[in-house]
Write a new protein. Structure first.
Length: 78
C-alpha cells in the first residue's frame, strides 16, 4: 500500500498527521509520500480546504485527521 499525505507549509494539523502516519507506516509496512501544495495554485485549489489529506493507493481515505481504522482495513486488503 502506498500512502500519500497532502500538506502545506505552516499547517499544524499536517504535522500531527505526519507523526501518526510515520508511526503507522512502521507498523503496517506502507510507504509514505508527502505532497506539499504550498505555492501551486492548482493543488491549492483542489486540496487547501481539506488539509491534511490522506490518500491510499490513489484514493482519499481521510481529511483533517488520520483515520487509523480505515488505513488498517486497507492494509489488510493489500
Amino acid at each position: 500500500m502506498r500512502v500519500r499525505l497532502v500538506v502545506a507549509r505552516g499547517c499544524h494539523l499536517c504535522e500531527t498527521a505526519r507523526v501518526e502516519l510515520e508511526r503507522l507506516g512502521e507498523e503496517l509496512g506502507f510507504d509514505l509520500e508527502e505532497l506539499d501544495i504550498t505555492g501551486d495554485p492548482e493543488l491549492e485549489r483542489v486540496y487547501r480546504a481539506w488539509l491534511p489529506v490522506v490518500e491510499a493507493d490513489g484514493e482519499r481515505v481521510s481529511v483533517y485527521r488520520v483515520d487509523e481504522a480505515a488505513l488498517r482495513a486497507r492494509s489488510h486488503l493489500a
